[in-house]
Structures are given as structure tokens and as C-alpha cells.
Write a protein that binds this ligand. Structure first.
Ligand SMILES: [Zn+2]
Ligand SMILES: [Zn+2]
Length: 239
């Protein structure tokens, strides 16, 4: 079953938690996770600088990126897309909780600065189609992007990149079909000559969505593209 279709915890349980309580241990917390759970469940650990999967040592590029280097130059993530962290994505998308996206954005912005990564000229969210945006009411990636922009004090633009073709939801497709499904899904009307871009999304799994969007930005003249995602699907088996 695709990850995003797994049943989530009953709404009644979540509604009794944050705000006010940590979502993982129920300790009092003004954030979705208390500091102890943040360190345990979204720990700083060595990750592939290109794609964000966990690796054995700092700076080590994962085997997949050595064989198939992504089109973007680097990726930052907060943690692995697995239980219990995946529940935040489900709540954000299907429970309409944009505040979780803003919290992810704050955390990513802080980690970006801590890691000393270069400040981008533009911060762009991976867009939703108009139809999906109407259904959801907000784009989680934009909630994240605008908070990262605030932290980095760099401009964000929710309109530069547009989703022009819907296709089937990537989460409903096997990994090998995702690249084909997403081809031609994005367009960018803005020239980005010589600009470094930070592309923001909630989850990276196969990377096909981010690769397609990156390609469009490079065609518009972007000098480099980096990506920031809240959670990264670990390689199977877990590293
Ligand atoms: Zn906690
Ligand atoms: Zn990698």
C-alpha cells in the first residue's frame, strides 16, 4: 500500500495532542515535538549531501548518487519518512494542518544556517495543481518555503514554478513509473539566469518530482538548484 494511504492514528487521539502536547510522548510542548523527541526522532545524523539518505559517515555520498548523480547539487532533510514522523505529513496533507509545514520550515531554515549552506537567491516550493490546491486549501511546500525564506532572509516565490499537468498522484505509483508520470508536469515563466534556487517539498521518495522540477529551473537559467525536504524516504533496507 502506498505510504500516504496507510491509515493514520484516529483523529480523536491527535486532536488531544499538539498544540500543547508533544505528538510523540505527550509531554507538554509548545512545538509539535518536545526537545527530547526532536533529538530522538529527527536527529542530526550523517546524511548523503546529494540526496539526504542516511549514510555511515559525514560527507559520504550514497551508492545511488554515485551511480546516478541527481540534477540538483545538494539536499537537506530533517529526518526519515517513516513512522512516527510520517504522521506529521499525513496530518499536514489530509488533516489540513498548515502549521506543521511552518514548523518544518523553521527547522529546515535553522539547520540550513547551522550547516553553513550557501544562501539561495530564490526559494521556490514544488507547486500543486490548481485543482489539488483547491481541494487542500494550501500547499504544504509553500508553508515550508516561506518560513525557510524568513529564516534565511531570502526571497520566496510561490508562483514562479507552476504545475501544468496533474497526472496520477506519485504516491499511488511504483517507483519506476514515477519519472514518466511527472514528465512535463511543471513549467516556469520566470527567467532565473545565474540565480541559485532552493526548491522545497515535503517528502522525497524516488526524487522524480524534484528532478523534473529541477530540470525546468535549470532550463530557465538557474545556476544551481538545491533541495530541502522535511522527510526523506530511507533506502530499503534501512542504512
Ligand atoms: Zn516528546
Ligand atoms: Zn545520495
Amino acid at each position: 500500500m502506498p505510504a500516504l494511504e496507510r491509515p493514520i492514528l484516529p483523529a480523536s487521539r491527535w486532536s488531544t495532542l499538539w498544540p500543547g502536547r508533544c505528538a510523540h510522548c505527550e509531554a507538554r510542548s509548545s512545538q509539535p515535538l518536545c526537545n527530547a523527541c526532536l533529538q530522538q526522532d529527527l536527529p542530526l545524523r550523517p546524511r548523503c549531501p546529494r540526496c539526504g539518505v542516511g549514510v555511515a559517515q559525514d560527507g559520504q555520498i550514497c551508492g545511488h548518487c554515485l551511480l546516478h548523480p541527481p540534477r540538483w547539487v545538494g539536499a537537506l532533510t530533517l529526518g526519515d519518512y517513516r513512522f512516527p514522523n510520517d504522521q506529521f505529513i499525513l496530518r499536514m496533507k489530509f488533516g489540513a494542518e498548515p502549521a506543521i509545514g511552518r514548523w518544518f520550515g523553521d527547522l529546515l531554515g535553522a539547520r540550513w544556517l547551522d550547516a553553513g549552506l550557501p544562501l539561495p537567491d530564490r526559494i521556490l516550493p514544488v507547486p500543486l495543481s490548481r485543482e489539488r490546491l483547491r481541494e487542500r486549501g494550501f500547499n504544504p511546500a509553500w508553508e515550508m518555503a516561506r518560513r525557510i525564506a524568513k529564516r534565511l532572509d531570502r526571497p520566496a516565490d510561490p508562483h514562479a514554478l507552476q504545475r501544468v499537468r496533474q497526472g496520477i498522484a506519485q504516491s499511488k505509483l511504483p517507483l519506476d513509473a514515477r519519472k514518466r508520470n511527472i514528465r512535463g508536469a511543471y513549467a516556469c515563466q520566470t527567467r532565473l539566469d545565474g540565480k541559485s534556487v532552493l526548491l522545497v517539498d515535503d517528502v522525497m521518495t524516488s526524487g522524480a518530482t524534484l528532478a523534473e522540477a529541477t530540470q525546468v529551473l535549470l532550463q530557465q537559467g538557474a545556476s544551481t538548484v538545491r533541495v530541502a525536504v522535511a522527510l526523506r524516504t530511507p533506502l530499503d533496507p534501512a542504512p
